[in-house]
Design a protein around this ligand. Structure first.
Ligand code: C5P
Length: 233
């Protein structure tokens, strides 16, 4: 199934406090945006990859991707927007190829595996919409505005991650609908759901697929990436 990949990488990284945009923070000399993109290179279905860069750091992002070879795929850097949703919409608007699926993956998740990617794409091809997710290991509790709290059934709860993938027409419709009704979602699956487009298939990530948000996330991910690379040597 011909697929376009959008990698939102236009976040400022304020919470990471690295003094530069998050996607440009390096682990062992490779920028996060590159690390998050590399697991996709071996995925045959991807014919176009669009990296959405911070408006003021297009050249730096381009530079971070220099030398990456991706046979059969056109890799492009475009400018992002104010919010993640704006950035994904910008990327979506630049898709040039005929594709059936669109996959979205955050530059902040460099631990994604090829197995997870393949399973999300297959689930999206079958159901129209899919997301990677993992099960919480902590107990969960909702805190209401009045200060009272309530436990959440952990067996039914999932932590939603990327990659997410959707039918191309459905995904375009979802972003148009969100813009029209001013719906703001923290992920793309919620936009698809909000336009009544599809039920979201949930695919369990096969390995820890952490998102780098705070400095301690960067430390954990660095260790895990190093462990994985020595294992495969
Ligand atoms: O801020 P957060 O970690 O939730 O962002 C998730 C992803 O969305 C990151 O890869 C970030 O670079 C991207 N993003 C974006 N444009 C924004 C804000 C975030 O592409 N305006």
């Amino acid at each position: 199934v011909r697929t376009a990949l959008i990698v939102p990488a236009a976040g400022s990284g304020v919470r990471l406090g690295a003094g530069r945009q998050k996607a440009l923070v390096e682990i062992d000399g490779r920028a996060l945006v590159r690390l998050a993109l590399e697991p996709f290179v071996a995925v045959a279905h991807i014919v176009e990859a669009i990296v959405v860069a911070p408006r003021g750091a297009m050249a730096e992002i381009q530079n971070a991707l220099k030398g990456m070879t991706w046979p059969g795929c056109e890799l492009r850097v475009v400018a992002g927007g104010e919010t993640r949703q704006d950035s994904v919409r910008s990327g979506l608007g630049t898709i040039e190829s005929e594709v059936s699926l669109v996959c979205v993956h955050d530059a902040a998740r460099p631990l994604v595996t090829q197995a997870t990617i393949m399973r999300v794409l297959a689930a999206a091809a079958e159901h129209g919409a899919a997301t990677a997710a993992s099960r919480p290991s902590d107990s969960l509790r909702v805190v209401r505005e009045d200060g009272t709290t309530q436990p959440v059934d952990r067996d039914k709860a999932w932590l939603v991650e990327t990659p997410q993938a959707f039918g191309y027409d459905l995904f375009k419709r979802a972003h148009q609908h969100a813009t029209a009704v001013r719906f703001a979602g923290t992920d793309d699956a919620s936009l698809v759901e909000a336009c009544g487009g599809a039920t979201i298939a949930v695919v369990e990530s096969d390995a820890l697929n952490l998102k780098i948000t705070r400095p301690e996330d960067l430390e954990v991910v660095s260790v895990l990436l190093r462990t994985r690379s020595t294992r495969t040597l």
